[in-house]
Design a protein around this ligand. Structure first.
Ligand code: HEM
Length: 395
């Protein structure tokens, strides 16, 4: 066992990239006993192959997807903790929610939400990007997607914010209970009076020739908000931080014009909000001269893979126009992120609004950015910014 790396140490969470490089080159199968014991894969081809090979690297072990395993649940989260073919049955139910035509229909509302929040944040006295824009935009977009009462968005935001702040486990547990009761209340209401929302869609759905149970509906909603909230906000804050680090960077994105999508992909690669995600081996696996034993927790190192120079030239540099860009930010294989089209849409809207509503963007001199302190995630907790006037040509 190699205990040289602690993935949740603050210095690793802040800047894991030198360690990733060492591991990719010298120790591509990194086994350590911390956090219950797990093996981290860091090379692009290994991570991608493991994500696709669900027979060898199963997701169907409750709680295995988080590193470390923190769950005390006894039922899988849907559809993320299932393997095919059962996984496909559960995923098929929610696939249509993310269809291109449906997202195109929702886009004007997501756009308007972003514009309102961005304008208010830029105009505020001490603009702070995470609380002022990224968090409420991400939660609000999920509200538009799910059709849940948007008037409740502030409530969800507060619950989710607390649920994802591991520093205070009691508050996190309390928030999780509040969110859970809210969802149960919605299920009861919609059973009596269906509406045009996700709960009603799930109540009408059938899996394995029977309706979904309340517990299953609850699980879907928890996963949607759990998987879609912090990740997207982190991608936005990571992108905004890079843009604010040096003058002239926003102009690079502005100059991309209709190719702004390449900047979205590059920010997704460069930030990689989910740095690693878990699986469990179903047999002994031999890889690069090491044996990963059967039943071992394996972390797929999406963040390390996305900086692998075998696949990305100048991998440590953020190049907004980079093409091709086969990043693994949304995973690969059967669990490829369901919400990726929504996340991409939100990122593109954010960049367009930044370019349209501000000229320069910089980290404020009177305050400090704060990175999140979990090595399996990447994003900022606070990002105080200042904004310059929009250049004449772009206004
Ligand atoms: C930048 C933002 C996002 C990132 C980086 C991200 C990342 C990921 C990754 C890496 C996976 C694969 C997990 C695995 O291999 O086991 C995943 C799955 C998933 N994501 Fe996302 N995600 C994002 C946004 C969203 C959004 C907006 C939603 C919307 C609800 C969402 C819903 C899901 C769901 C439901 C799954 C499970 C899919 C399955 O198991 O079939 N994600 N995401």
């Amino acid at each position: 066992m190699d205990e040289s790396v602690d993935i949740h140490a603050p210095e690793f969470a802040r800047d894991p990239f030198a360690e990733y490089e060492r591991l990719r080159e010298k120790c591509p199968v990194f086994s350590n006993d911390r956090y219950g014991g797990f093996t981290l894969l860091t090379r692009y081809e290994d991570v991608r192959a493991a994500a696709i090979d669900w027979r060898t690297y199963t997701s169907a072990v409750v709680g295995v997807t988080a590193i470390p395993v923190i769950t005390h649940r006894d039922r899988p989260q849907l559809p993320i903790e299932l393997d095919p073919p059962l996984h496909s049955a559960y995923r098929d139910i929610v696939n249509p929610l993310f269809a291109a035509a449906r997202l195109a229909e929702l886009k004007p509302r997501v756009d308007a939400l972003s514009h309102r929040l961005m304008e208010a944040m830029i105009g505020s006295r001490d603009p702070e990007f995470v609380a002022g824009y990224a968090d409420p935009f991400s939660v609000g977009a999920l509200g538009v997607l799910t059709g849940l009462p948007t008037g409740d968005a502030a409530k969800w935001h507060e619950w989710l914010r607390r649920m994802f702040t591991p520093k205070d486990p009691a508050a996190a547990k309390e928030a999780s209970r509040g969110f859970g009761e809210y969802i149960d209340g919605l299920i009861r209401h919609r059973r009596e009076a269906p509406a045009d929302d996700i709960v009603s869609v799930l109540l009408a759905a059938r899996v394995l020739e029977r309706p979904l149970t309340d517990e299953e509906i609850h699980s879907y909603l928890t996963v949607f908000f759990g998987a879609g909230f912090e990740t997207t906000a982190d991608a936005m804050s990571g992108a905004a931080f890079w843009l604010a680090e040096e003058p002239g960077r926003l102009a690079v994105v502005r100059d991309l014009g209709e190719r702004v999508g390449t900047a979205v992909e590059e920010f997704l690669r460069f930030v990689t909000p989910i740095q690693m995600f878990g699986r469990n081996t179903t047999r002994d696996v031999e890889l690069h001269g090491s044996v990963i034993p059967n039943g071992r927790i394996v972390a797929l190192g999406f963040g390390a893979a996305n900086r692998d120079p075998r696949v990305f030239p100048d991998a440590e540099i953020c190049v907004p126009g980079r093409v091709p860009n086969r990043h693994l930010t949304f995973g690969a294989g059967p669990h490829l992120c369901l919400g990726a089209p929504l996340a991409r849409m939100e990122m593109e809207i954010m960049l367009r609004h930044l370019c349209a509503l501000t000229g320069e963007i910089a980290v404020r001199a009177d305050d400090q950015p704060v990175w999140k302190r979990r090595g399996d995630r990447r994003g900022l907790q606070r990002l105080p910014l200042s904004f310059g006037a929009v250049p004449q040509a772009a206004a």
